[in-house]
Ligand binder design. Structure first.
Ligand SMILES: [Zn+2]
Length: 199
């Protein structure tokens, strides 16, 4: 038999979130949670990335996500991927744009990479909210984000016949950059596959 693939969120995510019934009224409040998840993930030996899927209107957190590439031995276990996969399980559907659901958005401490662009494309979220830029990630840490399509934002904004997906940049960017900088300063592993990560 081959191994079963199982991705879970760390137990400490609940500590970072606190009251699970609280709502996050502003984009800054949603991003602040994503960044706090990223910061704690560093302390726990993970990559410097956090994310969350939120109800755009009520600000309810549907699903958090943190990077688990190292702990899960899984190159696809990015924070955005975890948040979207957990949200889909929480909502009981692969389609986060389903009629029964309110509009949902992904809030991520750093710009999605080439993989997460594809994950977003198929997820059904209506908006992507970004903290640090691709250039921030690559300059501050050495992670490679991959070749995103030219005009990737325009492609998300015009997906006819699929619902459009808006992109919001620069929310708490300085705070998001600080987590990346701290990760690099602390000697965090740069785990680009094919790179120099120890196994
Ligand atoms: Zn990614």
């Amino acid at each position: 038999m081959y191994p079963t693939v199982e991705l879970t969120l760390p137990h400490w995510v609940a500590e970072v979130i606190g009251d699970p019934a609280q709502t996050y009224a502003t984009l800054e409040a949603r991003m602040d949670l994503a960044i706090r998840l990223a910061a704690r993930n560093i302390e726990e030996g993970g990559g410097p990335f956090g994310a969350g899927v939120f109800d755009m209107e009520s600000g309810r957190l549907v699903a958090p996500g943190v990077n688990r590439v190292l702990s899960a031995h899984c190159s696809v276990a990015h924070a955005e991927a975890l948040a979207i996969m957990v949200a889909q399980q929480a909502c009981g559907t692969f389609d986060l744009s389903a009629d029964a659901l309110p509009p949902l958005e992904l809030v991520t401490s750093a710009q999605p990479c080439i993989q997460c662009f594809g994950i977003l494309w198929w997820s059904g979220v209506r908006r992507v909210v970004i903290g640090a830029t691709k250039e921030d990630v690559e300059a501050l840490t050495g992670f490679v984000e991959g070749p995103l399509p030219l005009d990737w934002e325009g492609k998300l904004a015009s997906r006819d016949p699929l619902p459009a997906m808006a992109v919001v940049h620069g929310v708490l960017r300085s705070k998001a950059r600080e987590v990346l900088r701290r990760y690099a300063e602390n000697g965090g592993v740069i785990y680009n596959s094919g790179g120099k990560a120890k196994v």
